[in-house]
Design a protein around this ligand. Structure first.
Ligand code: ATP
Length: 267
């Protein structure tokens, strides 16, 4: 099943029959069942599905914040815990989660301070990532001085600062209005093209998933499982108006059909 095992063709995320059951007062909750997925370097993988289908749980398991109860999950060929120790990923949450008493640069710097980077190295990285998310000149501002979209970009910059290979994003733009979201989607694609990161992205939006992804993972609840994995035929470079193309609409239909089918056989 594995290829020759060299780092370049090894999956960045490799899930084999992953199951995760939470024991609750009301009995077991099967958040994930039989999840098989291989994510390759440079993939942009979106996870879409109704509430409770395990999208967040899967991302959290990759980040070693939850622990599978069945199967095998590897990140860069290691356990998620080992990968986390090696700073394999940055995590972006739905709320930007910036500390209000720190400036934008101070927020981005925080994980770097904790990791013990030297001050000049911290400065260099803060400058680089602010540029990547197009927030040059805003380092000295406080979060409340920035719009919601800018705060979310700052939060992406913070996740990028330690230059992890993998960016895990849990509905990062869910709380933003559509116009800001469009702009951030475009910016994220540019950033992805420039950095070659592997991205795992949770969303509830079909157009967002289709616009951003090289692969779309459709999930269904009770138990949380994958019902379809769609390889996108769209080119990597995507202007926003690609959303009007016949190809785009065809993929969106397939995602919608997958979401509907997933609802019809609850077990
Ligand atoms: N810590 C926990 N303890 C018990 N059950 C949990 C826990 N975390 C998640 N669950 C349950 O696991 C299932 C999957 O949850 P998860 O948050 O991964 O779904 P999701 O697809 O991300 O949903 P949403 O779109 O609403 O964020 C749900 O039934 C949820 O209630």
């Amino acid at each position: 099943m594995m290829t020759d095992g060299s780092a370049s063709d090894r999956p960045v995320i490799d899930a084999q029959k992953v199951g995760l059951t939470f024991q609750t007062a009301d009995g077991p909750v099967h958040a994930l069942k039989d999840v098989n997925l291989r994510v390759l370097k440079g993939d942009f993988v979106s996870f879409i599905g109704p509430s409770g289908c395990g999208k967040t749980t899967f991302l959290r398991a990759v980040a070693a914040l939850e622990h599978p109860t069945e199967g095998r999950l590897l990140v860069n060929g290691m356990t998620p815990e080992e990968a986390r120790k090696r700073r394999a990923y940055g995590y972006v949450f739905q709320a930007a989660g910036l500390y209000p008493w720190r400036t934008i640069a101070g927020n981005i710097r925080l994980p770097l301070e904790i990791m013990g980077f030297s001050r000049p190295e911290q400065d260099r990285r803060v400058k680089d990532v602010l540029q990547l998310v197009e927030l040059e000149g805003f380092g000295k501002k406080y979060p409340w001085q920035l719009s919601g979209g800018m705060q979310q970009r700052a939060s992406i910059a913070r996740a990028l600062a330690f230059d992890a290979d993998i960016l895990l994003m849990d509905e990062p733009f869910g709380a933003l209005d559509e116009i800001v979201r469009d702009r951030l989607n475009e910016a994220l694609l540019k950033l992805w093209a420039r950095t070659g990161k592997t991205i795992g992205f949770v969303t509830h939006s079909i157009p967002e998933a289709v616009y951003l992804s090289t692969r779309i993972v459709v999930m269904s609840p009770r138990p949380g499982r994958i019902t379809d994995v769609i390889e996108s035929p769209l080119p990597r470079e995507r202007p926003l108006d690609i959303r009007d193309s016949a190809e785009f609409i065809a993929i969106a239909h397939r995602v919608r059909d997958g979401l509907r089918a997933g609802h019809s056989y609850d077990d």
